[in-house]
Design a protein around this ligand. Structure first.
Ligand code: SER
Length: 621
């Protein structure tokens, strides 16, 4: 089945169930100043979920273009994208759980439609908590369809709740549908949502609550259904592939990147990752610039996102040795050709897209050359007193290389003058074997924050959609890192010490000494401890003292300051409880209540005896 056949079948199926087919809305939200992009099919439909009449009636279905920048770090694996299409069907106060689930099942498994193997399907439903009860209704519908109880996971809000899209608005429990993409003869009897071979393909959300400003879940007058099926994923599943980038939706882009770079896809892990990032980012840039709104790369709002997508793709191209001039617009042409029959706006705006992307490449190449020359010039030698890197310095000396580092000021300059975003600085430094101590990152963030304060534009608040570079976000994550270190020590023991930390506006990455992989239970305990501390509204206070005094008082942290020098020690807690006490340069928020919800996204090894956690803060849901 081709991709276009799948789109057509989906719409035909829901038309046969009384739905009006509506076109994809713009990628740029019309009336929602809080986010930069349409992030889900339901996003433009919020007014109808809240009770407005939709001209198409109470049942509609469509294929919606979406951009999600929050997942940008995951792009590079087999299933994540910044641009994707979402197949969705909606009930605005019409049908509810029974019909929605039964139709999903029929569409996926009936031979007349997708004909997927029932034995490879598993689902999850909402387990219930203090805000809303266990979704027994959804559970029973699945059971009646013949899914065994072992294949129906009952999961908490973190997995089985969707929305609101902003801080307030419609939301509700959901039921997710997973497909086993591993060996069909070895489908496990029971379902474990952590296993990579169980891929989520469809989410049915039952929007029956509205989250209020006070954080209360108030039942909505009308009960709605919002479903979203990731198109790239279902296409891969239908082709029996576990890598979305091998499907026709990416194949031409990947082939073009192969010929430009003279490398083969799937050969080397890091090249394959770079190819996926390039294909994803250029396609996303094509769709944003091609969206009839005339958005070109710039330093604000959506234009800034496009700029970052194109520039990131270019850096990955450099890594793979692509030298051809204007290669990004050659690639953009491939994306336009692939999609213009379905999204006519790409054809309409073809010239604008190509020239915008070409201009951006030329600009960036010039800046990049200057920036890279600058980077080589401004790196300074790491001193042997710098305990964090002393060993590395000696090891490098044995290879005849002097270990150098980037200072906070130079990172700041690279960022503001030469347009290198955080992750680029990181990548380029790594390539050149330069190190960046956390305190230099902190310094860079502090400088950047001051700079932001001075030049804050009216649009600064709009970066909530995931690419916020504001100091506020890094400040919050920095405080979260302290809470996490304290929590890790409570759960795993006092041997846990910080080995490195790296914070961007989007996430926190933290390396620490510990010999074993964390169990799910341990991760959950850490998350709970951190979230409890957040909920206790602990103030954060700072005191200056000598290193000796800090040690004596039991502070944790890196004690590499010179004798007698004063250090800052941050205290998180209240009169009854000290949750965290840590030496640090700051900056931090003033109260934990500012943080939202803390979530661990990934836990993995980062060298012998060192573990790495990636974590994020999300708006409370
Ligand atoms: N809004 C839900 C999602 O984005 C279902 O469409 O997953």
């Amino acid at each position: 089945m081709t991709a276009q056949e799948i789109r057509r079948k989906y719409l035909e199926f829901f038309e046969s169930k009384g739905h009006t087919i509506i076109p994809s809305d713009s990628l740029i939200p019309q009336n929602d100043p809080t986010t930069l992009f349409t992030t889900a099919g339901m996003h433009p439909l919020v007014p109808y979920i809240m009770g407005e009449n939709h001209p198409g009636g109470k049942r509609v279905a469509n294929v919606q273009k979406c951009i999600r920048t929050t997942d940008i770090e995951e792009v590079g694996d087999t299933t994540h994208h910044t641009f994707f299409e979402m197949l969705g069907n909606w009930s605005f106060g019409d049908y509810f759980k029974k019909e929605a689930i039964e139709w999903s099942w029929e569409f996926l498994t009936s031979d007349q439609w997708l004909g997927l193997d029932k034995k490879r399907i598993a689902v999850s439903v909402f387990a219930g908590d203090e805000d809303a009860p266990f979704d027994k209704e959804a559970f029973d519908v699945w059971k009646n369809l013949g899914i065994s109880e072992e294949r129906i996971a009952k999961l908490p809000k973190k997995q089985n709740w969707w929305g609101p899209a902003g801080q307030t608005g419609p939301c509700g429990p959901d039921t997710e549908i997973f497909y086993w993409v591993g060996n069909p003869d070895k489908v496990p009897k029971s379902f474990n949502d952590d296993h990579d071979n169980w891929v989520e393909i469809w989410n049915n959300v039952f929007m029956q609550f509205e989250k209020s400003k006070e954080g209360k879940y108030v039942p909505l007058k009308q009960k709605n259904v919002d479903t979203g099926m990731g198109f790239e994923r279902i296409v891969a599943v239908m082709c029996g592939m576990s890598d979305n980038y091998e499907t026709e939706l990416f194949m031409n882009l990947i082939k073009k990147i192969e010929s430009l770079s003279r490398k083969s896809y799937g050969n080397l892990e890091n090249h394959t990752r770079s190819m996926r990032i390039i294909a994803d980012h250029i396609k996303a840039a094509v769709f944003i610039v091609g969206d009839d709104k005339g958005i070109a790369p710039s330093n604000t709002d959506q234009g800034y996102v496009v700029r970052r997508l194109i520039r990131r793709a270019i850096l990955h191209g450099k890594k793979m040795g692509i030298e051809e001039q204007n290669w990004t617009s050659l690639l953009a042409q491939v994306a336009i050709n692939d999609y213009k029959n379905i999204y006519e706006e790409l054809e309409r705006n073809e010239k604008f897209i190509l020239s915008a992307i070409e201009d951006e490449e030329n600009k960036f190449i010039k800046t990049l050359e200057k920036g890279l020359r600058e980077l080589d010039r401004i790196a300074v030698e790491v001193s042997l007193d710098d305990k964090e890197f002393a060993e590395k310095k000696i090891a490098m000396l044995q290879r005849g290389i002097i270990l150098r580092k980037l200072t906070g000021k130079s990172i700041f300059d690279l960022r503001t003058v030469y347009g290198f975003p955080h992750e680029m600085v990181e990548e380029v430094a790594q390539e050149r074997e330069l190190v960046i101590p956390q305190r230099e990152w902190d310094e860079a963030n502090r400088l950047f924050e001051d700079h932001q304060k001075l030049s804050r534009t009216a649009s600064a608040g709009k970066f909530k959609g995931g690419l916020a570079d504001a100091g506020e976000e890094t400040r919050k994550l920095h405080t979260a890192a302290h809470l996490m270190l304290a929590a890790l020590r409570k759960v795993l023991g006092d041997h846990v010490s910080q080995k490195g930390s790296n914070i961007t506006a989007e996430r926190l990455r933290f390396d620490f000494a510990h010999g074993e992989k964390l169990t799910d239970e341990q991760k959950e305990q850490v998350e709970n401890l951190v979230n409890n501390a957040i909920e206790k509204n602990f103030p954060i206070t700072v005191t200056e003292m000598s290193v000796d005094e800090a040690k004596e008082k039991g502070a944790v942290g890196v004690f590499d300051s010179k004798y007698d020098e004063k250090v800052k020690v941050y205290h998180i807690g209240d009169g009854d409880e000290t949750f965290s006490y840590e030496i640090c340069g700051g900056p931090h928020v003033t109260n934990t209540k500012e943080l939202g919800k803390f979530r661990i996204k990934k836990e993995q090894s980062s060298g012998a005896g060192v573990r790495r956690i990636k974590a994020v803060l999300v708006e409370e849901s």
